[in-house]
Design a protein around this ligand. Structure first.
Ligand SMILES: [Zn+2]
Length: 82
């Protein structure tokens, strides 16, 4: 009777140990959600240039560039270059 009790206790310990191990393995294999990135979304790099006449800042893609300078509008280009 004493051995049966020890056997039962041993089985219970093994069962608990295996159950714990199984849950640990499940944690490892379960797909983890990617951590939310705190880094702000980066905008595409755009060079900012200043108009030679009014010094307004604008992206180079929207600026009027000529041999003599960078301008925000055709009016300022004409004003500067004549
Ligand atoms: Zn301008």
């Amino acid at each position: 009777m004493k051995y049966l009790l020890i056997f039962g206790l041993t089985m219970a310990v093994i069962w608990l140990w295996q159950g714990k191990r199984r849950s640990n393995m499940a944690d490892k294999t379960s797909p983890k959600k990617p951590k939310p990135q705190s880094r702000p979304r980066q905008l595409p790099a755009t060079e900012i240039v200043a108009c030679d006449v009014c010094s307004v800042h604008l992206p180079r893609t929207e600026a009027l560039t000529s041999g003599r300078g960078v301008y925000c509008s055709d009016a300022h280009r004409r004003q500067a270059e004549g």
